[in-house]
Design a protein around this ligand. Structure first.
Ligand SMILES: [Zn+2]
Length: 676
């Protein structure tokens, strides 16, 4: 009875009792919350009254509140403030949670009630968010086979199980193939061109394997800088060939598995009544149709391809002037010469910029930007408990003083916190029993911690990251609505990066940078020349990188629009998909598909296009700010009203059109990247 996870917090805004939560509280809290959730679900299914929107769909949405509360705290702390005991608990409770989800999704009595409401929807008078909730609820069941005959349900379950195992096998093959290769260097002369930090890491890697000299492998932190900096073309080629032939033949061959995975997905999609896997996946996205995705990729590709080829031709000519003896730019040489050209023409080191980006100033500037745009204020609360002394808590207030959210900011690395940066919610916005629970929003980063002598200073990339995560946070904090699954950042995957990527644009706006970027020691304003270089370097080789992303998107579509078993072998299918959009020479015995995690085992199947889709959205959205002023209150108010406040409560394509007045326009991204 004294478990702080199970009694409502008496603190202001229901702030979690991080001061009272102990490791031993988690498991009993999960057990009690799951039991409570099941009892609520049982009561909905067994309700003797005829099914209605309120007693079935809405009730189901709001069921399991205790479990949401416990999970919302536990899984975020597991990322940000974890230890072995937490990991152990996670392993124990994961199967409980899977079982709870199946308890709902396989509940036929419950589905029959949801279906009855769905079937009678034409006669219901529902608000837009209620219509969306009904649709999501119904589809949540049907997309996992609720409408199938008993025999087809068995087939579906068998296909899913086989797919799960093959995805695991695919991932393991990539990992094993990646780990199987290493490049050992014992002659220091062969390190030519590599910066000291790359050499140190390679020496460390060698020591860890009990070897002398330097060890390079195919992990990104080792592979990427080697290709960029090593002056030894034959070694770059060796590494490139190994990287691009991972799981292609040999003991960890993924070629048959690529075919098998996409074949199982095709069968699952068609069993559920869709033309292909892409149609099944896209139903839940803003893009909705394969036609819309193709149109976007094609419109971007048409001008980007010749522009990328020009970039490579220009680089080749420059490299030849520097002694490059090849007649074409080979793929293992491109990163090296690209980096050399960049260093010569756009050189801008982190060390030059960092003194101007003191974390405290950046935070104040980002908060100030939110105040200028949206009128919101951030009032620090030192009286509320945090899960670590580094975490700061703010009461976020609207222009009229109304409480919008608690905002937790956790900036510095420590053991028990994973790397990277992210935004999350401890609690989603919900209205329960007529009472509004405002969200508890958090951003977590790994910026350099201040010392006694030096404050925390950000690189420009880190400032961009801060803006990015803060953009997600605004989506959470400015949320309005009543259904937790439809508010804040709970939107389609190809829409969710719009608020975050939009905010990144300010990091390149001289007018905004000049409002706060001062040298932390001298107080001198950031020199114009530095800001100009920053902006100029932004689009370096933009067309090349755009084509690279578009090719991945096209390859993903080729695999996931198969409506019959593939006729081709893996390499032939890939070559056919990418024919006509090559920029660098095609190298035999290399393959993308056999190690393409995103689409084969990483949850981005038929979704790789989302990166470009989101870029088009943010470029097109930001172009309105550029037209009307980057601090224009009316444009911001419209973005808040039509996008940020709405979450996923209505069709995202509609929300976007209301803000922008037209469909997302790829021209905006092409202009931003200076391709047209
Ligand atoms: Zn993001």
């Amino acid at each position: 009875m004294d478990n702080p996870l199970l009694i409502p917090s008496s603190l202001p805004f229901g702030a979690p009792r991080f001061d009272l939560i102990r490791t031993e509280h988690w498991k009993p809290a999960f057990q009690a919350a799951i039991a409570e959730g099941k009892a609520e679900v049982d009561a909905i299914a067994a309700n003797p009254a005829p099914p209605t929107f309120a007693n079935t769909v809405e009730a189901l949405e709001l069921a399991g509140a205790a479990l949401d509360r416990v999970s919302g705290l536990f899984f975020n702390l597991l990322e940000a403030e974890s230890d072995d005991a937490m990991q152990q608990i996670a392993e124990e409770v994961s199967p409980w949670l899977t079982e709870y989800e199946l308890y709902i999704s396989l509940n036929e009595t419950l589905f029959a009630r949801v279906k009855a409401v769905w079937d009678g929807r034409a006669a219901l008078r529902l608000d837009p968010d209620q219509r969306k909730l009904l649709e999501e609820s119904y589809k949540g069941f049907t997309r996992s086979g609720a409408l199938l005959s008993p025999a087809d349900k068995k087939t579906y379950a068998a296909l899913e199980e086989e797919l799960d195992l093959l995805e695991l096998k695919y991932g393991k093959n990539v990992l094993d193939a990646t780990n199987a290769f290493s490049l050992e260097i014992t002659d220091e002369a062969e390190l030519e061109g590599l910066p000291q930090y790359v050499r140190d890491a390679a020496a460390q890697a060698a020591r860890e394997k009990g070897k002398t000299g330097w060890l390079f492998d195919l992990s990104h932190p080792s592979y990427v800088p080697f290709l960029q900096f090593s002056a030894r073309a034959e070694l770059r080629e060796q590494l490139w060939r190994a990287f691009n032939a991972r799981a292609l033949g040999g003991p960890h061959d993924n070629r048959q598995i690529c075919l098998k995975i996409t074949e199982l997905r095709r069968q699952i999609a068609q069993l559920l009544g869709y033309a292909d896997w892409a149609a099944y996946e896209l139903e839940e996205r803003m893009a909705k149709s394969i036609g819309a995705v193709r149109k976007l990729l094609d419109e971007l590709m048409a001008p980007s391809l010749p522009a990328a080829r020009r970039e490579v031709a220009d680089l080749l000519a420059w490299a030849q002037g520097q002694g490059y003896a090849q007649t074409q730019m080979l793929p293992w040489d491109f990163p090296y010469w690209s980096e050399r050209y960049r260093a010569e023409h756009y050189a801008l080191s982190d060390e030059q910029l960092k003194p101007y980006f003191r974390l405290e100033d950046c935070i104040a500037a980002v908060f100030g930007l939110a105040t200028r745009l949206y009128g919101v204020q951030f009032v620090e609360r030192t009286d509320l408990p945090a899960y670590h002394p580094d975490v700061r808590i703010y009461d976020v207030q609207d222009a009229d003083g109304r409480h919008l959210a608690l905002f937790y900011a956790d900036f510095f690395p420590r053991s028990g916190k994973r790397s990277g940066a992210w935004m999350t919610n401890f609690r989603e916005l919900a209205v329960r029993g007529g009472v509004e629970e405002r969200p508890l929003v958090s951003i977590v980063t790994n910026f350099t911690k201040p010392t006694a002598d030096v404050p925390s200073l950000l690189t420009h990339d880190e400032l961009t990251t801060l803006l990015h995560e803060f953009g997600h946070a605004l989506h959470g904090m400015l949320a309005e609505g009543r259904y937790p699954s439809l508010t804040g950042t709970n939107v389609a995957r190809d829409f969710v990066e719009l608020p975050s990527q939009l905010m990144e644009n300010w990091a390149f706006e001289p007018a905004w940078l000049h409002t706060f970027a001062r040298h932390w020691q001298t107080g001198e304003a950031i020199p114009d020349a530095l800001v100009e270089r920053l902006v100029a370097a932004r689009n370096y080789h933009a067309a090349y990188f755009q084509v690279r992303q578009l090719r991945f998107g096209l390859l993903d579509l080729a695999w996931h629009t198969l409506q019959e078993p593939a006729n081709d072998e893996t390499e032939a299918l890939e070559r056919a998909a990418l024919a006509g959009c090559t920029v660098l020479p095609d190298i035999p015995d290399s393959c993308i598909s056999t190690s393409f995690h995103h689409i084969f085992d990483g949850g981005y199947s038929a979704g790789y296009y989302s990166y470009k889709w989101a870029e088009v959205l943010e470029a097109d959205a930001f172009s309105l700010f550029q037209e009307r002023g980057i601090l224009d209150r009316a444009t911001a108010a419209s973005f808040r009203e039509n996008v940020l406040s709405k979450g996923g409560s209505e069709d995202e394509a509609l929300l976007y059109r209301r803000f922008r007045g037209h469909e997302p326009d790829p021209q905006a991204l092409l202009k931003k990247l200076e391709i047209i």
